[in-house]
Design a protein around this ligand. Structure first.
Ligand SMILES: C[S@@+](CC[C@H](N)C(=O)[O-])C[C@H]1O[C@@H](n2cnc3c(N)ncnc32)[C@H](O)[C@@H]1O
Length: 289
């Protein structure tokens, strides 16, 4: 299981020091890690550091390791298949690693997490995060920006935009939407906002987002998850930016993959690139976008 590390004793002991009762992210943190494991964002932004930060970083590290092994295995599978002289077909698709898209692996998975916090909240564990990341050997993945969100755009490293995944936990969801939405990847970039349900100002932000959605129906999908057993800090709202979705139409009717020229070309190119990089797991120097 790719995310097993977030459940091990060493990790739990270290992140336990960042746990703040009122932050309410004990269920959200593993959820964020699972989302990273599923959507594999390369460029991640967190606003409001603390308990959640090492979960995001650990998930990115785990996906990086998984993607690297997967890329090597995919290249080997494609090479074996092409050496047999055949076109791509179901035996290639279902061979190990099954169902994997060569297109995803045309660029190496080299993730970055930018974590923004202005250290304004007394009682927040944001100031201790760097030590915990270092202890867990995850600090190389994280750029900490100790600035106000209102002044953080210019401090975002260029290679960390467009943002594939943002986690906003700083009472700044409205500002974030108005000022950072254009930085979210239009091809399905995700924004997770903490705690908009069950209190008046949060519900007002949600109404604002839904009005935007009504006016721009192809821009955004919105859903909220409620923790019904909690009195506050009890929800996550997910926004998915959809204004520039890339067509991934490999599927034909009845769920069968169509082995198009583009798919065959991508598989061949990926296998060649992997060979040229001396079968190292990451394909060095390739473009991240
Ligand atoms: C609720 S805490 C974050 C909790 C954290 N995600 C966790 O799981 O423990 C909110 C954090 O946002 C920071 N913050 C609040 N307003 C901010 C702003 N305008 N810009 C940057 N950081 C801000 C605070 O310093 C605080 O550390």
């Amino acid at each position: 299981m790719v995310l097993r590390r977030i459940f091990d004793d060493e990790f739990q002991t270290a992140v336990g020091r960042l746990r703040v009762a009122g932050a309410g992210t004990e269920a959200v943190a593993p959820l964020l890690a699972a989302l990273v494991g599923m959507v594999r964002p390369r460029r991640v932004l967190e606003v409001g550091m603390g308990y959640t930060t090492p979960f995001l970083a650990a998930a990115l590290a785990a996906v990086q390791e998984q993607a690297s092994a997967e890329s090597a295995a995919l290249a080997a599978k494609t090479r074996r298949h092409l050496a047999g002289g055949g076109d791509l077909q179901d035996s290639w698709l279902f061979g190990d690693p099954p169902l994997v898209s060569p297109e995803f692996h045309l660029s190496s998975y080299l993730p970055c997490l930018v974590a923004v916090d202005n250290l304004s909240l007394a009682g927040s564990s944001a100031g201790q995060v760097a030590d915990v990341l270092a202890e867990l050997h995850l600090d190389h993945l994280v750029t900490v920006v100790n600035r106000d969100l209102h002044e953080a755009v210019e401090a975002l490293p260029a290679h960390c935009t467009p943002i594939d995944f943002a986690w906003v936990d700083a009472w700044e969801c409205l500002y974030f939407f108005d000022h950072y939405w254009e930085l979210i990847n239009p091809d399905g970039g995700l924004v997770a906002m903490h705690y908009l349900l069950t209190y008046p100002e949060g519900e007002a932000v949600l109404r604002y987002l839904k009005k935007f959605q009504q006016a721009h129906p192809t821009e955004v999908e919105i859903t909220s998850l409620l923790e019904p057993h909690k009195l506050m800090q009890n929800s996550v709202t997910l926004l998915r930016r959809t204004s520039g979705l890339v067509n991934r139409d490999h599927l034909g009717t009845a769920g069968h993959v169509r082995y198009t020229e583009a798919l065959t070309r991508a598989a061949g190119t990926h296998a060649r690139m992997a060979t040229e990089s001396s079968n190292t797991p990451a394909i060095a120097g390739s473009d991240q976008r």
